[in-house]
Design a protein around this ligand. Structure first.
Ligand SMILES: Nc1nc2c(ncn2[C@@H]2O[C@H](COP(=O)(O)OP(=O)(O)OP(=O)(O)O)[C@@H](O)[C@H]2O)c(=O)[nH]1
Ligand SMILES: [Mg+2]
Length: 259
């Protein structure tokens, strides 16, 4: 593969739709792209997948076999997925000149906070991995919502320590000024602090103030990638970042040829 993109984020933020649109954008622009569905609990996937974990692992079967509810079954499924890693790895190897996009479970903790996630990324990516953390613009457009997404982003980063893209999805559902605000908050934590204090006047101000300072003083100020997976906007910037990372940006310009 040329490189892999593991797509994670809270439930319902549009991870699977993002995978579909990323694949569509790549193919439209002349690149080979494949999507691997690693979510055994997905009822519907909005893309044609090159690999679907549901063909290997059935949640219903696990639930009846182990007498478990859906959450317990998801955990067993995550462990079974690890046991099948070599098989999945050999399928990934067939996609030599491809960008391979991995869709991960709706419950972020299954992929991100259990021991298997980082093992899975290392095994399936041949060392060429980026992560896309998909946040919902609607939820992130309030200061407290933004801070909570940012902290989750940091938490995911601490588990994988791979290059990560902070993707703000569903921008078609918010105002342009909301997106501009979020970009400003990311660039200047003082603005975020002011906006947060205005929203939550009685919150433990010093505590969050220190956390935001820590973000500022570390390398945690990140570039945001606003996209709409519904309208297919913002994907050229994501491709450009992937290309820079995986290929040193040798064809970044061609990514804009349709502009
Ligand atoms: N308006 C709008 N809706 C979107 C966008 N992306 C996804 N959606 C919608 O958001 C809902 C959830 O999308 P999914 O792609 O299933 O989200 P997910 O994060 O994969 O969900 P889980 O895997 O269940 O956690 C669906 O109704 C999508 O159509 C977007 O960019 N704009
Ligand atoms: Mg999904």
């Amino acid at each position: 593969m040329i490189g892999s993109l593991f797509v994670t984020g809270p439930a319902g933020t549009g991870k699977s739709t993002f995978c579909a649109s990323m694949k569509e954008w790549l193919i439209k622009n002349g690149y080979d792209a494949a999507v691997f569905n690693l979510d055994p609990g997905a009822e519907f996937i909005p893309y044609e997948s090159e690999f679907d974990i549901r063909e290997m692992i059935s949640l219903e079967q696990i639930m009846s076999e182990y007498n478990l509810g859906p959450n317990g079954a998801q955990i067993v499924a995550a462990d079974l997925l690890l046991e099948n890693l070599s098989r999945i790895e050999s399928i990934v190897e067939q996609f030599q000149d491809y960008y391979v996009i991995f869709d991960t479970p709706g419950q972020i903790e299954l992929f991100t906070f259990r021991h298997g996630g980082p093992i899975l990324v290392d095994k399936l990516s041949s060392g060429k991995a980026m992560l896309a953390f998909v946040a919902d613009s609607v939820l992130a457009s309030s200061p407290s919502g933004y801070i909570s997404q940012k902290m989750l982003f940091a938490s995911v980063m601490s588990r994988f320590y791979k290059p990560m893209l902070f993707v703000l999805n569903k921008t078609d559902l918010v105002l342009e000024s909301d997106v501009e605000n979020m970009i400003r908050w990311e660039a200047d934590t003082e603005l975020l602090k002011d906006a947060f204090l205005e929203e939550k006047q009685d919150m433990v101000k010093d505590y969050f103030s220190s956390i935001l300072d820590a973000f500022r003083d570390s390398d945690m100020l990140t570039r945001l990638f606003p996209v709409s997976s519904r309208d297919l906007t913002g994907f050229e910037d994501i491709y450009s970042e992937m290309s820079m990372f995986f290929k040193g940006g040798e064809d970044v310009d061609t990514a804009y040829r349709d502009d």
